[in-house]
Ligand binder design. Structure first.
Ligand SMILES: [Cu+2]
Length: 123
C-alpha cells in the first residue's frame, strides 16, 4: 500500500530505530538480581531425638544457621573438614555464619551416629 521502499527512509531515522532496539535489549538483559547479591538468609536446624532435623537447601556462604538443641543432652555440629564446630547445650541454640562452600559432611562428636551433609553454594 503506502509502504516506502527501504532506500527512501532517511538514514537518521534508521539509526534511531536501531539505537532504541539496542537500549531495549540492554534493559531486558539486566535482571535486578545481577546488580546486587541476595541478602544473607537465616536458617534453623533442629537437633532432637538424637538426630539432626531437616537440613535447609539453598544455603550460601554468608548465610546464618542457628542450631537448636531440643534434646536433654549436649550436641555438636562438627564439620568433618572442621570448617565449623558448634557446641550446643541441651535446650540452647547457637548461631553461626557459613564460611565455606561445598557439600560439607558433619556429625556430633558426642554421638557420631548423628550426622548430615550441608550443601553450601558460593556467594
Ligand atoms: Cu550429640
Amino acid at each position: 500500500m503506502l509502504e516506502l521502499p527501504k532506500a527512501h527512509l532517511p538514514r537518521r531515522g534508521l539509526l534511531r530505530i536501531a539505537g532504541a532496539a539496542a537500549l531495549l535489549t540492554l534493559a531486558a538483559g539486566t535482571p535486578a538480581t545481577a546488580r546486587s547479591p541476595a541478602p544473607p538468609q537465616k536458617y534453623t536446624v533442629v537437633m532432637a531425638n538424637m538426630s539432626f532435623g531437616k537440613l535447609p537447601s539453598g544455603v550460601k556462604v554468608g548465610d546464618t544457621i542457628t542450631w537448636v538443641n531440643r534434646d536433654t543432652v549436649a550436641h555438636t555440629a562438627t564439620a568433618r573438614d572442621r570448617s565449623f564446630d558448634v557446641r550446643v547445650q541441651q535446650g540452647q541454640s547457637v548461631s553461626m555464619v557459613v564460611k565455606k562452600a561445598g557439600n560439607i559432611a558433619f556429625f556430633c562428636i558426642y554421638h557420631p551416629a548423628m550426622r548430615g551433609t550441608l550443601a553450601v553454594a558460593a556467594q
